[in-house]
Design a binder for this molecule. Structure first.
Ligand SMILES: Cc1cc2nc3c(=O)[nH]c(=O)nc-3n(C[C@H](O)[C@H](O)[C@H](O)COP(=O)(O)OP(=O)(O)OC[C@H]3O[C@@H](n4cnc5c(N)ncnc54)[C@H](O)[C@@H]3O)c2cc1C
Length: 306
């Protein structure tokens, strides 16, 4: 019987783990991926907005973060497949058949990239759909590419791809980019980048590999095709809540609804980080919510709750 099981080892889950450990709780963190860090692996630009800690990218940030994790005593299992979670009974069954029992659960499963649902999106996975502009850099160097989306991730991807691709076309639905001003300004000065506002990509086409996208612009009568070899789809995120679906209250977008103590509608089940924070998904908010949940759990277990 654990005091607390934390599901997810991104910034939120790791912060909660550190706090739970410091507060003397028997803590187990379960991470689906082989590596910890969650979205930090997708941050390719500098991080300068976390108090007291700066880094050139998410990986570097994680290295600093992980130093503390290595010094801690909480159990951390990576590469874990969760078969089922019974939030009320506080029971978790792993795909391996192992059954885990706990007093409290912290859900820290974060968010994942949203899918467009257009023809070609899944068919060309690994054959022209750009997963990571840094990892796939060599593969798309010298080719024309398209980035779909108008937020921070889309802008950051476009800027990175512009370093190696002759043309980068950013296609997004709104009148103006939603990306932070710094990114939007840099896109304007990047001569290889063209932005199509109020436009959508209808489909991704090709034979063995991506060869073109079909774009519909608001001001054009007909959709047109544009030759590209790579497509990065960055249209926002959705919360990872499948394993707890139907067991806790969620908002209309599927984010877990929590109290100011990070508690869900099920007693002693907490949700922290991006999975319960559609408005301000940041590393600092994720870490803070982890600290809150850990402190509430410790106070309850030690009979100190006010
Ligand atoms: C491109 C980009 C740039 C960003 N820049 C900044 C920035 O400059 N400053 C800033 O503060 N924030 C930034 N962010 C946001 C920041 O990364 C997130 O707010 C933060 O990572 C949220 O942490 P989290 O732990 O809640 O979720 P995540 O980082 O999403 O981690 C969730 C973890 O849970 C795991 N998981 C999911 N489902 C399961 C399951 N069923 N079982 C077990 N494990 C599971 C996932 O594998 C993952 O490791 C950026 C994000 C992106 C994508």
């Amino acid at each position: 019987m654990h005091d607390v099981i934390i599901i997810g080892a991104g910034p939120a889950g790791l912060s909660a783990g550190l706090w739970c450990d410091e507060l003397g709780l028997d803590t187990l963190v379960l991470e689906h991926d082989e590596q910890v860090g969650g979205q930090l692996h997708s941050i390719h630009g500098p991080i300068g907005n976390y108090p007291g800690l700066t880094a050139n990218n998410g990986k570097e940030f994680l290295e600093k973060f992980a130093e503390r994790v290595h010094d801690s005593d909480f159990d951390l299992w990576t590469g874990v497949e969760i078969e089922s979670v019974d939030l009320k009974a506080k029971k978790i069954v792993l795909r391996s058949g192992e059954q885990l029992q706990t007093i409290s659960i912290i859900v820290a499963t974060g968010v994942r990239r949203r899918q467009l649902g257009i023809p070609g999106e899944t068919e060309f996975a690994g054959r022209g759909i750009i997963e990571s502009p840094t990892r796939d850099r060599g593969k798309f160097a010298g080719y024309d590419v398209c980035v779909i989306g108008g937020g921070d991730a889309a802008a950051e991807n476009a800027l990175l791809l512009a370093e190696v691709c002759p043309t980068v076309t950013v296609v997004h639905r709104s009148k103006s980019l939603r990306a932070r001003r710094e990114f939007a300004e840099r896109l304007k000065t990047e001569h290889s980048v063209t932005v199509f506002p109020e436009s959508v990509v209808n489909r991704i086409m090709g034979n063995d590999e991506v060869e073109a996208v079909e774009i519909r612009r608001k001001d054009a009568l007909k959709p047109f095709q544009m030759a590209v070899r790579g497509v990065a789809i960055r249209i926002g995120v959705e919360p990872n809540t499948e394993i707890i679906q139907g067991q806790v209250d969620m908002d209309e977008l599927g984010y877990v609804v929590v109290t100011s103590q990070q508690e869900t509608s099920v007693a002693n089940v907490f949700a922290i980080g991006d999975v319960s924070n559609p408005l301000a998904p940041t590393i600092s908010a994720a870490s803070g919510s982890g600290a809150t949940a850990a402190k509430v759990i410790a106070a309850r277990l030690q009979g100190r709750e006010r």
